[in-house]
Design a protein around this ligand. Sequence first.
Ligand code: ADP
Ligand code: MG
Length: 142
Amino acid sequence: MAVHIVDTSDPSETESVGAELAGDLREGDVVLVRGELGAGKTTLVRGAARALGVTDPVTSPSFSIGHRYRARDSLTVSHLDLYRLAGLDDEDPELLADYLGDGRIAFVEWPPDAERELAQARVEVSLAHAGEDRRRIEVRQR
Ligand code: ADP
Ligand code: MG
């Protein structure tokens, strides 16, 4: 388990942390992105998605659980926002099937302390408010 901690002081720096992380990712990876509302989860995912070749604007999913973006080569970048789901117990397990798996890299926004986690997440990112525009970002890779 490799742990890497970075402090950022504006959104573009948090995007850069996402872009750097993107370089370590491979197809099939799931990245769990934890943190309070406004901590910068979507901002970090935006930076990572750009670095993976996504050119469409990366925005928070609001009318569905997620978005899928065409990235470089035949890669798809999935961005799920499960922040408001207390757990996936009541959800159709097939719900995630369209977002995870071969040919895809998935970023999943998640509350800071939810009990239930996606078992297959190889990478976990936690973002925390550290005053004004500062954020502390912790990246763990298995
Ligand atoms: P989340 O997805 O965790 O709810 P967002 O990425 O949507 O958070 O929003 C983070 C907000 O905080 C944005 O308005 C962004 O401009 C602002 N912000 C200020 N400083 C930072 C920082 N260092 N890193 C990320 N976002 C920041
Ligand atoms: Mg978000």
